[in-house]
Design a binder for this molecule. Sequence first.
Ligand code: ASP
Length: 436
Amino acid sequence: MIVTKFGGSSLADAGQFRKVKQIMEMDHERKYAVPSAPGKRGSGDDKVTDLLYACHAAAAEGKPFKHILERIRARFEEIRSELALQVDLDAEFARIEKDIASGASRDYAASRGEYLNGKLLAAYLEMPFVDAKDAVRFDRDGRLMEEETNALLSEKLHSLARAVVPGFYGADPDGNIRTFSRGGSDVSGALVARAVNADIYENWTDVTGFRMADPRIVPDAQYISTLTYRELRELSYMGASVLHEDAVFPVRKAGIPTNIRNTNDPKHPGTMIRANAGQDNAHIITGIAGHKGFSIVSVEKDMMNAELGFGRRVLQAFEEYGISFEHLPTGIDTMCVVVHEKELAPHKDEVLARIRELVQPDTITVSDHLALIATVGRGMVRAFGTAARLFTAISSQGISIRTIDQGSSELNIIVGVDEDDFEVAVRAIYDAFVRM
Ligand code: ASP
């Protein structure tokens, strides 16, 4: 049995709804659907969720918001009338307007996009509608209560052979609507997949899966057919964004694969993400991801290796200013702390002074404007000479490598280069491993 999640662009208008229905009908194992709110119909368009946030912001400042709500209503009305659906949007919008005018929360306002799209989709697919407020539980601080949610969703869906559950929101124990962070319908879909013990969690979007590199840098980057959840974590942490980060946990735990699919190209198998995968990709590496905006703080001191607690004290200086470190390449007498530049910048002088005070180093140097590039692949451990090939590829472009970190999992090698060299280095790695 399959749980399908459809993103905002997959449900942006009546034409997209028709594609979704065809997809649902193509495989009768597709029994539960989790919709997002209508997204952009093209560049320059608005996402319904953004318009809902704008309604709430206007209301909170005591400004009129009806004109914004009318635009939202027009979008839903167009879908409803084109598909001839029996949904009372007048009553729904009257309630939403009244609620927002009388001080309903920001999360409540934002959630109405998924709620209404869920109502329309349920009518169109002729499936029961399960309101996520009764099935997805958050605590009073707005954190997901995963086990409670799993129990509630399982109970609600147990008796329903098919259902539509809107994404993105749920409610706290007092019944107040709460949402995930943006893009959170991916998490809702994963929770539904876990609750009904699906064989596959299909995530339908407007791309054909993950690509081996960012297509803005490598325009013809190949699609990745299989990815492990661990590889996905590494790639998304470093900037590859197709799926909400938290969507991994419920399904990974339950051993359910996630399949990224394209609503506009439903025959393409997309990217399959599993807990374990064989070495079935054509290349040693699975993908390359990275981004700019890092700083390295290098702390040097002779005999550092013999000084117990040195590392802890250096990190303490960062911790005191609320800065978390990304990587920690160390040598015998040097320790490098790689951090986000924008976290360090406001406290740079204080942090350096504190390190001096805590460990009396011989020197401290800071290099800013660094880019990190992660080359990820479950096949890298077994392949001979991967690191040499990677470094040769980069240095043959005349680029100097500022830092290296091979994760102890041997699933990835991270290199730091100057920001100006970022794109060229990514292309060089891609060429060395994929185009050979
Ligand atoms: N509609 C919400 C957003 O735009 C949630 C989602 O689409 O997953 O972020």
